[in-house]
Design a protein around this ligand. Structure first.
Ligand SMILES: Cc1cc2nc3c(=O)[nH]c(=O)nc-3n(C[C@H](O)[C@H](O)[C@H](O)COP(=O)(O)OP(=O)(O)OC[C@H]3O[C@@H](n4cnc5c(N)ncnc54)[C@H](O)[C@@H]3O)c2cc1C
Length: 387
């Protein structure tokens, strides 16, 4: 039998909200025994980086490519944290070109997308490394145990203690629990984890804690946008027609184009002088489903190349693709919450010793990194006085 792993605090999930929470929590609780459990191979979650094993030297951000902050001026907590990340040289202002792709003209894309509003910041590393840097900052490296490739499938709360079970059979115990993902509290867990009960509901039955009941009621109605990300590893000599040298270049499609081509945006990512990667974000449900069902991956890829070349046909900076570039695909079943944000007042149940953070909470940053960071900062403050 595998041994039970016991901690003061367990964090489920290793996305940016978990990393921000952990770094802030540990700053005030350096002697606590803390572990982070993540089903993926590394940190970053939906703001992470694909390090290709097949294609050497390629590291492409396949989720969020950068972060945009709309509301820091009205929120001192967020403003001071962004300043901290700037001072540490983890992020800088993203002055990459960001344009709306229009049939007739190029326009500034500032307000065309929820992902380009406000002040845009880019990580000085890959997005996955940004999360790692955050959790290791303030000399916290080594102060936390990591369990990667570990999927939590079951929760129990008994005698003021949390008991977690992973798919691999590990058992974890803790005094406090943080869920930086709402998978274990949402009905999609039934299909993904192949269980008959939403794990949080099973752990805290109805009428034990009004806050948990209310949180679960909100999540009952929360929907998610699925996305498909295509990573195109261009051929060796591929570059821009002009001499653009910044790290990223973002092209947003207009609504009519999005309807026609099913692309949401196309992001060029410069890996090094000879490697220019292209990441295409798609959020059209029909297309995603047809891709998931399709047996003919090649046909799908050729459609993508054709659309790409049509979109950029009369573009002064983009060279067409040849059709023999390599592609890999990332399927996001739940890329972004799209409705029913959860009130921040439900973030912490002292009675059940559980806290929640992530982009699924209310506020300007709902569904974006901004919301993930802010909810983590607020939760860390709420945890300051808990022992
Ligand atoms: C394709 C795409 C493009 C995006 N573009 C932008 C953008 O341009 N700007 C922007 O601000 N935002 C963007 N977003 C949204 C942004 O990525 C998210 O808002 C943010 O990364 C969420 O971080 P988080 O920590 O709240 O959650 P997550 O990153 O989802 O972290 C939760 C983690 O928990 C893990 N996990 C879940 N369940 C379990 C379990 N049972 N056991 C163990 N581990 C578990 C998951 O693997 C995940 O790593 C984009 C998202 C996607 C997918």
């Amino acid at each position: 039998m595998k041994s039970k792993l016991t901690y003061d605090l367990l964090i489920i999930g290793g996305g940016i909200s978990a990393c921000v929470f952990a770094s802030k929590y540990l700053q005030n609780n350096i002697n606590k025994n803390v572990a982070l459990i993540e089903v993926g191979r590394g940190l970053g979650g939906r703001a992470s980086t694909r390090i290709s094993k097949r294609f050497k030297g390629w590291e492409l951000n396949h989720g969020a490519p950068n972060l945009n902050i709309c509301n820091s001026k009205n929120n001192l907590l967020l403003e001071s944290y962004i300043n901290e990340l700037l001072d540490k040289n983890f992020i800088k202002i993203d002055d990459s070109e960001s344009v709306s792709l229009d049939k007739y003209s190029y326009k500034e894309a500032e307000n065309i997308s929820e992902f380009s509003r406000g002040v845009n910041y880019i990580s000085l590393f890959s997005m996955g490394r940004l999360s790692k840097k955050i959790i290791e900052s303030n000399n916290l490296s080594g102060k936390i145990d990591f369990y990667f490739e570990t999927l939590i499938i079951d929760l129990k709360f008994n005698n003021n203690k949390w008991y977690l079970k992973s798919k691999n059979g590990e058992e974890f115990t803790s005094k406090f629990l943080i869920c930086s993902t709402n998978l274990l509290a949402h009905k999609r867990s039934l299909e993904i984890l192949k269980t008959n009960h939403i794990p949080l509901r099973k752990a805290i039955p109805q009428n034990i804690d009004k806050k948990i009941d209310s949180l679960l009621n909100y999540l009952e109605k929360q929907l998610f946008v699925p996305r498909l990300t295509l990573l195109i590893y261009t051929n060796g000599n591929y570059s821009y027609k002009d001499f653009y040298t910044k790290k990223n270049r973002y092209f947003y499609l207009t609504k009519p184009q999005e309807n026609k081509y099913k692309f949401e945006r196309v992001i060029f990512q410069l890996i090094d002088k000879n490697k220019l990667g292209i990441v295409i974000h798609l959020k059209e449900l029909d297309l995603i489903n047809s891709y998931l069902k399709s047996k003919d991956e090649d046909l799908f890829k050729q459609k993508i190349f054709k659309s790409f070349n049509e979109i950029f046909k009369s573009n002064a900076s983009i060279i067409p693709l040849t059709g023999n570039e390599k592609i890999s695909v990332m399927k996001w079943r739940a890329s972004q919450p799209s409705s029913c944000p959860v009130p921040l007042s439900l973030q912490l149940s002292e009675k059940c010793r559980i806290g929640f953070c992530g982009d699924w909470f209310e506020g300007d940053g709902f569904g974006r990194i901004e919301g993930s960071i802010l909810s983590a900062l607020i939760l860390a403050n709420k945890f300051k006085n808990l022992n």
